[in-house]
Design a protein. Sequence first.
Length: 257
Amino acid sequence: MKKTCPSCKKQFITERKNKTFCCRPCIYKQYNDNRPRKTSKSYLLSDKQRTKHIPQEQVEIILGTLMGDACLILQTNNFHRMSLCHSEKQLDYLILKKELLNHIFFQKHPNRYVHKENKVQYHFGSISHKDLTNIYGLLYRKKKFISRRYLNLLTPTSLLFWYMDDGSMIKSSGNAIIFCTDSFSLSENKAIKIWLWQKFRIQSNLMQVKGSYSDNLYYRIRLNKENTIRFLFILSSSIYFQRAINAIPYKFCPYYK
């Protein structure tokens, strides 16, 4: 079939119905053209913010969301920036995180991406910062590695954002909480399980699940109903708890509305 490339406006022939661009450089050009441009003013503001430490209440959010969906990426200045990405369903939650982390996030509007099967995702990128690089040294060993040293830094606010990123309220399990810790090894999951008990007296169990695209086995952390209620009570001590419920209410129903 014959199509017209939206980037270079040239016609090309393809057998794939979902192919939009004629070549990879055109894909990159379209991506770069759609990205918001930085001005001299924004560069000056970024440089100024790098000289200041990230406030502690924002560090607590960062530590929690890095347990979940967020990640740190090395930049050319040898500092790291943070990447936040969520589905369209969680757009309000993504915007909430961006607003709360206003020390490192200056982007006004999220980038929008359409993936396979027309799934829409939104993304925010932070400025690079030396404090993020320090956190990277605590969390990453080529990939994320959960240590007791890192876990001991987590607060109820950190737990709140970790839960909103990677936790789910499972109705079929009696409204119990499950954490999708698939990316962590068995030893890391065991460390989290022990830490939850020793610090918060929350008992949890490890679930073994099979991967969606392979036969590999992964592990998840599950709380029963009693410990779910205790866990939510601990989360409620965070100053951001009510805002979290407003942003992503289905993760707190039926206990909070």
